[in-house]
Every structure is written in structure tokens, then in C-alpha cells.
Design a protein. Structure first.
Length: 650
């Protein structure tokens, strides 16, 4: 078997079966196979990725320039003439050709991204999550040159021959719309690529530390078996240790590069990255390798082996930090996306209701009514809020693949129908305005339903993998994270000064309702699959407490400490449930102890003087003893700090 950086040269030789004149042969040209090293594969992938990012940036700038040019041409076409001039026709043709040229350039970028994906995937250097995002990115790139764009170009070229100003202007507007979508898609693809590069880089650094740790462990064994009086053995050990030192230094360089890249992006685990860089600096692995080689040179085998073990431990620690960073980033991004999507859904439904009120006012308004001006002003306010909503969705689309083109299209159609409604109101046609307003409502509701469906799929997705009890434990972990995030938002609202925000109250209630539905689905799934006994006995209590919180949020005028305490109790029970599943799955011999622990930790068995803060603090203490991952322990710590910071009373 060929090892890394081994080179094999070979050729083919074919003989005939000429028994009379003698056997003759012919040789092929020589071929060479070389197995690339890990560093080489990553460098090649970086080069391809950077080229794709550079080309996308250039493409976006060109698209911006073309967008401005199309605006100028559109203004020129507004002249009061029947036919377009030859100069105008040439300008339009050049703009259309430029648009075609830009869409063609996306193919080269797609190829580079596909090549990057294949290089890393072939060597099993991509995590499942990053690989899925590469595939999503390819889908986005496919959408950059779609059928609608081609049709818009074809129609424009056809009407240009007729020279009719109105027709040309109408088709130019279609092209402008498609070019604007193209520009926004390029921007989104570029932003998602930058975020994905960070994830892929963390995958890379994790693989680098795994490789270094494995090589160092093998070298430790080799050193133990070697005779340092044999110069050949000694030189081989020193060479391998030098190679490890060189690659450890490369790891540090790449780690610091990633630290800088993270600074440019939001929602990144920057604190953990800073800790990883500090830890890497403290370890001084390059210096440690030099000391090992010095010991080997002086035949100090015992000292060399002791330092080698320390180096192995250092590399193991760095590998663990990389894994925790990836998990933390995924969790942090996931919770932010959940929160942003819930806000968007809430805002869409709010706008839909406002549009419905206006539709009811417009429907039977007589032509001579004095209310048209007032309704036009209200419609203008809704359209302004609609623009803000579209920007919120655009911002979220730049951070996640969860926002589909169909959602954006629904909002775009809502905006168009609002424009039609405004024109009808200005023309004092109440019935026509109400028809357009009704369509806008439908568009908003459609977008909200699509986003709600996507959100529910995302919230349940991780639980569908792995099967059995591990699946349930993952789902309870996810529910705990969602509840923790919601509790923090509720506390922040309680601390706000001034009049309570009823819209925000309803949004928080909707979030609690979604968590409750997810738990109900999990409970139902457990019963259907015969796993209900494995769930914590308090699941029904959690659902009842959630119902109480939802009811209080929907009927009360503001957040009080009763709601805060109930939410903290819910979180405590969810954490108990997760640990209970973990105990049953991995520590079956401790069933009686598990039961006793549950009684001790149940809120109703605690002294009434104990605060909900203490419940969470107890969970934090348990997390250190009972096997929670480090990143999850950190999440509980942050939540406990938030409780203290916000000063929730006992």
C-alpha cells in the first residue's frame, strides 16, 4: 500500500505471440502516481475556494454596475416618443449581452466549488454537515442562470426589432427584475460561502490535530522500542519529530488565519477561538519538539518519551477544542436562525392582519369618500414595514440555506400587490384596492406558512438521525437549548423599561407553543414506537407547565416573575429528562439510583425557599459529574449567569 507522499512510476508492456520471427513487445510511456499529503490537499482546496470567492466578488461588482446602467436606460425610455432611437437600442443590446456574459461566468465558479468539494470528500476531510452545505451551495449556483432569466432576455431581443418604446420598456423592466434577483443571489452565495469556509476550516483543523496526534502516538511507541545507540534509528526518530513540529507550526498558522476570518462574520464562536489560540501559544509544541530531538541526540530516552507524551496530550487537547468549537458554532447559529425565523413569521402575520384591516375598510368605499387619503397613508406605512421585512429576510438568507427562493418570491408578489393597491387607492377605486390587498395578504400568509414548515422540519431534523434512544436524547437536548434561548428572551423583555410590547409577548408565546408541539410530537413518537417507558415520567407535567406559560403570555399585559419561574422549572425538567434518558441508555445498572436522583431533583420535592436560580445551578453542578459535553455545560453556565445578571428574585 502506498503511503502519503510515496511516488510510483509504472508503464505497460504488451507482447505478441509471433513464434516464427520471435516475440516482439511495445511499451507505453511512463506514468507516475504520487499520494498527496494532508497539507497539500488542504492547500489545493484553499486555492480553489479562494479563487471561487474572488470571482464571486468580481461578479457581484459587475452586477452592481449593470444594475445602475439598466436604471439609466430605464429613465431614458420614459421619453414621450413612440419608437426607441438606434442609440437606445444599442445600449439595451449591450446591457442584455452583459447580463448573458455574467450568467455564463457562474459556470466557472460552480466548477471550482465542485472541484473543492470532490477533493476534500474523496479524502474524507469534510464533516457531514459541511458536505451538505456544499451541496446546498451548488443548488444556489444552479439557480443563478434559470429559465426565467433566459426568457426575459429572449423577449427583450424580440421586441427590440419592433422598436416599440412601450413594449421595450415593459420587457426591460422584466430584465431589471431578473438582474436584481441575480445580483442578490450572488451576494447571498458569497456570504454563505464565507461562512461555509469557516466551517470547512474548522473541519480541516480538526483533521490536522487528529493526524498529528496519531503520528505522535505512533512515534512514541517507536521511540520506546528503539535503540538510541543506533544512529540510523535515532535519525529516523528525529526526522519524524521534525516533521510533526513543522506540521504543528502549520496548524498554528492556519488557526490564527481562521481567527481573523471569524472577526469579519457575525454569530461565530469568537471567544472559543481566542481560547484555542491562547492554548496553542501556551503549549509551545514547536519548542517541545526541539527539546525532544535534543534529548534523542543526547540519548536521553526517558526524558524524550516523557516530553513526547506531553506533546500527545497537547495535541489531544487541541483536537477536543476544535470539535467543541464546531459544535458550539452549529448550536449558536442554529439558535440564532430559529429566533430570526420566528421573528419573521410573527412580522409577516402582523403585516397580514394590518393589511386585512385596511382591505375591509377599502372594500365598500364610495368614489367620493374623504377616507382615501387616510387609507393611502396607512397603505404606505404597511409598504414601508414590508420593505423592512424583506430586508430582514434578505439578512437571514445571507446566513442560512433555510430561506428558499419561493419564500422570497411570495414576499416580492406581496410587495407588487401592495403597489397595485396603492395605485387603486390613489385612483379612488376601493374595490380594486381591496382585491390587491387580499392578494397581498395571501402572499404574506403563504410566506409565513412556508417558513413555519421549514422551521418545524429544522427543529425536528436532528432527532430523526441515529434512531432509538440516542435520537431521543438529541431531541431533548435540542428542546432544552430552544427553551434556554426563549427563557433568556423572556427575561430581557421583563427588564425593558416603558410600556410592554404586546407584539413581542405574542411572539414569545408562539415560540413556547412551537417548543410544546415539538415535545408533544416526541411524546407521540415514543408511544407509537413502544419507547414511552424510556421517557421521563414528568413529560406530561412539562407540557402542562408550557400550556400555563402560553396562556399567561397571551392574557397578561406584561411579563411577571411567575412566568419567569415557570419557564425555569420547564427548563430544569427538560434537563432532568435528557439526563434520565442518558442514564437509562448508558448506565442501565444504576436504575434505582436514577430514580432516586429524579426524586431529589424534582422541583416539587424541593424546599419552597429554593429559587429557580438554584434549580439551574444544581443542573450546572450535575453537568460536571454526569457527562454533559463541555459546550453544553458552557451553555448552562451562560444561562445561569444571565439569571443572576437580570436579578430574578426568589
Amino acid at each position: 500500500m502506498l503511503a502519503v507522499e510515496d511516488v510510483l512510476t509504472y508503464h505497460f508492456e504488451v507482447f505478441d505471440n509471433d513464434n516464427i520471427s520471435g516475440f516482439k513487445s511495445v511499451k507505453s510511456t511512463e506514468f507516475t502516481i504520487r499520494v498527496p499529503g494532508l497539507d497539500e490537499v488542504f492547500n489545493d482546496a484553499d486555492k480553489l475556494q479562494n479563487e471561487a470567492e474572488k470571482k464571486l466578488t468580481e461578479l457581484y461588482k459587475e452586477a452592481e454596475k449593470l444594475n445602475k446602467e439598466l436604471d439609466k436606460i430605464s429613465d431614458l425610455l420614459k421619453k414621450d416618443k413612440k419608437e426607441i432611437t438606434w442609440e437606445e437600442k444599442e445600449q439595451i443590446k449591450q446591457a442584455a449581452e452583459k447580463f448573458e456574459e455574467l450568467t455564463a461566468k457562474t459556470e466557472d465558479i460552480k466548477e471550482k466549488l465542485a472541484e473543492t468539494q470532490n477533493k476534500l470528500d474523496d479524502k474524507n476531510l469534510l464533516s457531514k454537515e459541511t458536505l451538505e452545505k456544499y451541496m446546498e451551495l451548488q443548488k444556489l449556483m444552479d439557480e443563478l442562470s434559470n429559465e426565467e432569466m433566459q426568457k426575459a432576455l429572449e423577449k427583450l431581443n424580440q421586441v427590440l426589432n419592433n422598436m416599440n418604446r412601450d413594449k421595450v420598456q415593459e420587457n426591460l423592466e422584466d430584465l431589471k427584475k431578473n438582474e436584481d434577483l441575480f445580483k442578490k443571489s450572488i451576494e447571498r452565495t458569497l456570504n454563505l460561502l464565507k461562512r461555509m469556509k469557516v466551517e470547512q476550516k474548522i473541519d480541516e483543523l480538526t483533521k490536522r490535530t487528529e493526524d498529528l496526534e496519531q503520528r505522535q502516538n505512533e512515534l512514541n511507541e517507536q521511540t520506546e522500542k528503539s535503540d538510541l545507540n543506533n544512529n540510523t534509528d535515532k535519525k529516523e526518530l528525529q526526522k519524524k519529530q521534525e516533521d510533526i513540529a513543522k506540521d504543528a507550526n502549520k496548524f498554528e498558522e492556519e488557526l490564527k488565519k481562521l481567527q481573523k476570518e471569524m472577526e469579519e462574520l457575525k454569530d461565530m464562536p469568537k471567544e472559543q477561538m481566542d481560547k484555542a489560540v491562547d492554548e496553542s501559544d501556551k503549549q509551545e509544541n514547536e519548542e517541545l519538539s526541539q527539546e525532544i530531538n535534543k534529548d534523542l541526540q543526547e540519548n536521553q530516552k526517558s526524558s524524550a518519551m516523557q516530553k513526547q507524551k506531553k506533546l500527545s496530550k497537547n495535541l489531544q487537547q487541541m483536537n477536543k477544542m476544535m470539535q467543541q468549537m464546531k459544535e458550539s458554532m452549529q448550536m449558536q447559529n442554529q439558535m440564532q436562525v430559529y429566533s430570526d425565523m420566528l421573528k419573521l413569521i410573527d412580522n409577516m402575520l402582523y403585516l397580514s392582519k394590518e393589511q386585512e384591516k385596511l382591505k375591509n375598510e377599502s372594500a365598500n368605499l364610495p368614489y367620493n369618500s374623504q377616507k382615501f387619503n387616510d387609507l393611502s397613508r396607512k397603505q404606505s406605512n404597511i409598504q414601508r414595514d414590508m420593505d423592512m421585512l424583506s430586508q430582514q429576510m434578505n439578512d437571514l438568507a445571507n446566513k442560512t440555506f433555510a430561506i428558499s427562493p419561493e419564500m422570497g418570491k411570495a414576499l416580492g408578489e406581496a410587495r407588487m400587490n401592495m403597489n397595485s393597491a396603492m395605485q387603486s387607492l390613489q385612483g379612488k377605486n376601493g374595490y380594486a384596492a381591496s382585491q390587491s390587498q387580499s392578494k397581498a395578504m395571501g402572499n404574506l400568509n403563504q410566506a409565513a406558512m412556508m417558513m413555519k414548515s421549514t422551521l418545524e422540519q429544522m427543529m425536528n431534523q436532528s432527532g430523526g438521525q441515529g434512531g432509538g434512544m440516542m435520537s431521543m436524547m438529541q431531541q431533548f437536548k435540542q428542546l432544552s437549548q430552544q427553551q434556554m434561548s426563549l427563557n433568556q428572551q423572556t427575561m430581557q423583555m421583563m427588564q425593558q423599561q416603558g410600556m410592554p410590547d404586546m407584539q413581542q409577548m405574542q411572539r414569545l408565546a408562539a415560540q413556547q407553543e412551537m417548543i410544546k408541539k415539538s415535545l408533544e410530537e416526541l411524546n407521540k413518537e415514543a408511544k407509537e414506537t413502544g419507547q414511552s417507558k424510556k421517557l421521563a415520567a414528568g413529560t406530561e407535567k412539562i407540557l402542562n407547565e408550557m400550556s400555563e406559560v402560553i396562556s399567561n403570555m397571551r392574557t397578561q399585559k406584561d411579563i411577571d416573575e411567575n412566568i419567569i419561574k415557570k419557564q425555569d422549572k420547564i427548563l430544569s425538567r427538560l434537563l432532568d429528562a435528557q439526563r434520565s434518558i442518558n442514564d437509562r441508555d448508558f448506565e442501565k445498572e444504576r436504575e434505582s439510583n436514577s430514580g432516586r436522583n429524579k426524586n431529589q431533583n424534582s422541583p416539587e420535592n424541593k424546599n419552597t425557599q429554593t429559587s429557580e436560580q438554584d434549580l439551574i445551578y444544581n443542573e450546572l453542578m450535575k453537568s460536571e459529574k454526569e457527562g454533559y459535553s463541555k459546550d453544553y455545560e458552557e451553555l448552562i453556565k451562560k444561562y445561569y449567569d444571565e439569571l443572576l445578571k437580570n436579578g430574578v428574585k426568589k
